[in-house]
Design a protein around this ligand. Structure first.
Ligand SMILES: NC(=O)c1ccc[n+]([C@@H]2O[C@H](COP(=O)([O-])OP(=O)(O)OC[C@H]3O[C@@H](n4cnc5c(N)ncnc54)[C@H](OP(=O)(O)O)[C@@H]3O)[C@@H](O)[C@H]2O)c1
Length: 325
């Protein structure tokens, strides 16, 4: 495993470049069922810890608390060797509510300290000064070590930091070969200031593994409602998947591993892929050791630029048709 070289206090646990996302744990929308929530999820976490993964990401809304519970139980005795990140959904984000919700998350996780407490998304009506008052109090009493945000623009990330009065370490955003918008301003900001971009959906929810196509579409709710998984868009992704396969062959790797190696190319980025099996987790962890050449990186970049999925209003009727076909 490789770790971020800067970012956190040397006395705290280092952050692994590949972490584990746990939205899948106990969440109905992924549809992985009882044996996944009861057994596989536990085995995935145990294997991740064995392989040196330290960054584990969850949220109070994943499975309405089930993800936090499953993760906390699976980490168990290894609490001190991991970097635990969870998120608050900012409904009514006044300080006492923020404090009470952090305590509830910590209880579900079975911990007395949240290494990273993130605001799941910017509240469009309430400025960050309100929520950051709660965050400051949580840091003061030691329940929260680092504060982070998620799905924030650069402007709002900076505003949050100003409101907190100290570092807002990270911004968790969608970043992959099919969504490169963080490259516009979030990555340059993080790289030049020692902040961190946490890349979610780094495999575009499995699309970049190359296993899905028009004749084999995933059936769960998350992906059935995603425009990326429209048959037309799966066709359009063919060229990008072919480039991933080409680079993968040169490294005796898989397309998913190359997609992850590409995401963590910037030293300010860590990725938190989810996994439906221990085997996927092992494969994702191994991606941390792949070094892409500049030519490979550029070839992937070019293929990503050529990928033009159908978006906007044209998507809705197609989604409905795809759902009932
Ligand atoms: N902050 C936010 O708003 C936000 C939003 C979304 C996600 N997240 C976080 O980011 C994490 C990851 O994002 P995500 O789950 O949306 O997408 P992702 O990591 O891109 O995709 C995960 C899915 O890809 C497939 N997969 C994983 N590893 C694979 C491999 N090696 N080979 C082939 N297929 C593989 C699995 O699905 P199948 O096996 O079923 O194909 C898995 O469930 C989440 O768990 C969550 O913690 C945060």
């Amino acid at each position: 495993m490789r770790y971020l070289s800067t970012a956190t206090d040397p006395a705290t646990t280092k952050i692994s470049r590949i972490g584990l996302g746990t939205w899948q744990f106990g969440s109905r929308e992924w549809g992985y069922g009882q044996s996944y929530a009861g057994q596989e999820a536990h085995a995935i976490v145990r294997r991740a810890v064995e392989l040196g993964v330290t960054l584990f990401d969850t949220a109070e809304i994943y499975g309405f608390g089930r993800s936090e519970r499953i993760l906390g139980q699976a980490i168990g005795e290894d609490r001190e060797s991991v970097f635990l990140a969870t998120k608050i959904f900012p409904l009514l984000p006044v300080a006492p509510v923020v404090e009470q919700r952090a305590v509830a998350s910590a209880n579900r996780l079975g911990t007395r300290r949240l290494d990273l407490y993130q605001v799941h998304q910017a509240n469009p009506l309430v400025k960050d000064g309100t929520i950051m008052r709660g965050m400051r109090a949580l840091q003061r009493v030691g329940l929260v070590s680092e504060v982070g945000v998620s799905n924030y623009s650069l402007e709002r990330w900076r505003a949050a930091e100003h409101a907190l009065g100290s570092r807002v370490l990270s911004n968790q955003v969608r970043y992959s070969l099919v969504d490169r918008s963080p490259e516009r301003d979030l990555l340059p900001f993080a790289e030049s200031t020692g902040h961190v971009v946490i890349a979610y959906s780094p495999l575009a929810q499995g699309l970049l593994s190359g296993k899905y196509h028009r004749g084999s579409r995933p059936v769960n709710r998350v992906r059935a409602s995603s425009p990326l998984y429209l048959p037309e868009n799966l066709d359009r992704a063919g060229d990008l998947i072919a480039t991933l396969r080409q680079v993968a062959d040169a490294h005796s790797a898989t397309p998913a591993q190359i997609a992850l190696a590409w995401v963590i190319h910037s030293p300010a980025v860590v990725a938190i892929p989810g996994a439906s099996s221990v085997q996927q987790l092992e494969s994702n962890v191994a991606a941390a050791s792949i070094d892409l050449t500049e030519d490979e990186y550029q070839a992937l970049h070019a293929a990503a630029t050529r990928f033009r999925p159908i978006t906007g209003p044209a998507v809705l009727p197609r989604l409905i048709r795809a759902r009932f076909s």
